[in-house]
Design a protein around this ligand. Sequence first.
Ligand code: FE
Ligand code: FE
Ligand code: ZN
Length: 305
Amino acid sequence: MDIIPYFLYIQIVKNLFQYGMIVFRKDDNMLKIGCHLSIVDGLYKAGLKAISIDANTFQFFTRNPRGGKAKDLDRDELDKLRQLMEEHDIGPIVAHGAYTMNLASDKIQTREFAKMILKDDLERLKLIPNAYYVFHPGSHVGQGSDMGIELIVDALNDLIDENNNTTILLEGMSGKGTEIGRNMEELKAIIDGVKHNEKLGICIDTCHLYSAGYNIVDDLDGVLKEIDDIIGLDRLKAVHLNDSKVDFYSHKDRHEVIGKGTIGLRALVNVINHPLLKDLPFNLETPNDLEGYKREIEILRREYR
Ligand code: FE
Ligand code: FE
Ligand code: ZN
């Protein structure tokens, strides 16, 4: 008579265990995707907005993208954000530096201004939970890449010391105008020049890569091998997921809605599913409103394996 309840007990434990396994696997295989969001109403509100579109990462400008003063960070708000991120398994999130920040300018005032902004941004990042910092390396404005890289390296060496705890990511660029970071060699040269580069990595942008001549549509494996050979994939910490309005190798930078551009949905789905990339945070910077981002996230989650 005792054998029946015992058997049932085993069954229940077994079922619970199986259920636990399923939950574990699901959490373990969760696409980290989000989009660029405005923080005009604060970081906590941005977190709520992310949740409303089923995002589990998001990106924001630390200040007005054209430069200018950053809003003061509120301790209470940051605590609320931290709690929200923990509860909903959000993060890492990505802070993006201002576009106008040019550490490679030929004008000392412009370089000093950029350094001041970067310094302030890095101070603020210490307070923001589980956040990476991404910025565009800069433009050499005719001085040549070597000079531009040297100026960026000098600036970063002034700002990054042995106590730095923020993951700082150089974004790979399309190579428009005199942009630095148009190829892996340039990003690598910056990383190598920085003394305390332990926390210095890269962020790739699918639109920029394709424009810069990295064929992620026909040869994603080859592109990843090249990144690995030159920089090392351990430095790659974040991805901007964008389609492109312009042709391969055009050195132009025009983002397009996922699936509507020259890269196409299939290639972007391969990016999120690639074994070497699939655990990274992906952020959309496509021309969209919140509804559009929600749709893109839904499509990409459905295609995630
Ligand atoms: Fe960017
Ligand atoms: Fe980008
Ligand atoms: Zn871009």
